[in-house]
Design a protein around this ligand. Structure first.
Ligand code: HAM
Length: 416
């Protein structure tokens, strides 16, 4: 029987894996310049953590979680998102006792049992950040600016940062009530899914892909008309911060998030180049979440960016993330004596920081040259019995085809 990976879950093989590594390294670089440090949390958490944070009525909790009961009768879930676990860790370790402000970034796999398609998987990866202890709108602006600087650094084009405020505990109920009233007036035109969602999260209807639902929502009230004074002021200040930082953004009062913990700022980076999976990144403010999960009343804000979607987009836009190392050496040694003589030379070249490969099995020169081509070698070091007897090697430049005779003891000097 041939075994295959689980549907919607993928292996990442070379040369693709190199693109992942570059992306993660760039994120590390850009995020650390704003003072973020890496956090790694377990892949499995206790199920109630997600029920309490993401929200019991969300699609994620109701339909998409990989949950199971372990041998010790504990209800566990493969993490569907990153924020809840980072909040748990921040609280569990009492990080706030020294300083409420903490800045974390993370990169890793997440699991949602969605219908797989291009850009949507059951195991996918996010690059994320969480900032605790900063209530000021400048924090929102800086987090979004950092995200956009990262996207610039990896060379992505034609993406839009869309920003909204979802209001707060004080003003959102009023908006929800008005929205429900409106929805009741267009109820016959709504799909079954929207009808079910109306009561729990009427804003989520803006996310429905059904064109009839979207037509029905043309005249729907939007959140900004219901913001309290503080929410309005916060939103304006976020905009002022983004302007000051030179970040282009679009206000979109129909942005909703699929998770329940957001208050005020909610944002997405979207693209038209990924078909149905237009959201490259989503994030927002979640003041109150730390407290609701048993921690202190510390505000929070962050985002999660889909690595697969970003890589797809970069590929589509023809951006090459991986720059080949300048020197890539292939050693074609013929005969056991030559092979043994080359072992310390290869070791020294690698210790000098060069990439060196060779043929373990010592095939014919023709076969080894073929391998050198396949390895995209820039240089091949050829050494047979006669070269060895003369204490030298031939170094062939694979693009110009020029060949140099080099003394064995000087091979490392030649490349360094
Ligand atoms: P989210 O919007 O659910 O937010 O996910 C963030 C990003 O993860 C999406 O924009 C998308 O690029 C990617 N993503 C989500 N689901 C899939 C999937 N099935 N396949 C491929 N990519 C996917 C969160 O998860 C929040 N925790 C973000 C956050 C952090 N908010 C505050 N802090």
């Amino acid at each position: 029987m041939k075994h295959t990976a689980v549907k919607g879950m993928h292996d990442i093989l070379p040369p693709d894996s190199a693109r992942w590594a570059v992306l993660e390294a760039k994120a590390r670089h850009v995020f650390s310049r704003c003072g973020y440090a890496e956090i790694r949390t377990p892949i499995v958490e206790k199920t109630p953590l997600f029920l309490r944070s993401v929200g019991e009525q969300t699609d994620m909790v109701q339909k998409e979680m990989y949950s199971f009961v372990d041998q010790g009768d504990e209800a566990l879930t493969l993490r569907p998102e990153g924020t809840a676990a980072v909040v748990r860790a921040y609280t569990q370790h009492g990080v706030y006792q020294q300083d409420q402000v903490a800045k974390y970034f993370y990169a890793g796999p997440y699991f949602r049992r969605e219908r797989p398609q291009k850009g949507r998987y059951r195991q996918f990866h996010q690059l994320g950040v969480e900032l605790f202890g900063a209530a000021h709108s400048f924090a929102d602006a800086e987090v979004m600016a950092m995200l956009m600087r990262f996207l610039e650094a990896v060379g992505v084009r034609d993406v839009r940062l869309e920003v909204n405020s979802l209001g707060c505990k004080q003003c959102r109920p009023k908006y929800y009530d008005t929205m429900r009233e409106f929805l009741a007036s267009v109820a016959e035109q709504l799909c079954e899914n929207c009808t079910n969602r109306m009561a729990t999260n009427p804003m989520r209807l803006f996310d429905c892909k059904n064109t009839q639902c979207q037509t029905a929502l043309t005249e729907a009230p939007t959140v900004q008309d219901y913001w309290c004074g503080e929410c309005g002021e916060h939103f304006d200040q976020v905009g002022a911060g983004l302007d000051a930082l030179g970040v282009t953004y679009w206000t979109n009062h129909r942005i909703v998030r699929g998770l329940d913990y957001y208050v005020r700022t909610a944002f997405e980076v979207v693209t038209h180049d990924l078909g149905a999976q237009s959201a490259l990144c989503g994030g927002g403010r979640y003041d109150g979440l730390v407290k609701s999960l048993g921690g202190p009343d510390v505000p929070g804000i962050g985002f999660g960016l889909g690595i697969e979607r970003l890589l797809l987009l970069l590929e589509q836009q023809g951006a090459s993330l991986v720059t080949q190392e300048a020197t890539n050496i292939y050693v074609a040694a013929l005969g056991d004596d030559a092979r043994v003589a080359m072992l310390p030379v290869m070791d020294e070249l690698r210790r000098a920081g060069l990439r060196v490969q060779w043929d373990f099995d010592g095939r014919s020169l023709k076969a080894q040259m073929k391998r050198a081509d396949r390895a995209e070698a820039t240089h091949t070091v050829i050494v047979g019995e006669s070269e060895l007897a003369d204490g030298k090697v031939i170094i062939r430049n694979m693009s110009t085809k020029a060949q140099d005779d080099v003394v064995l003891a000087k091979v490392v000097d030649f490349f360094t």
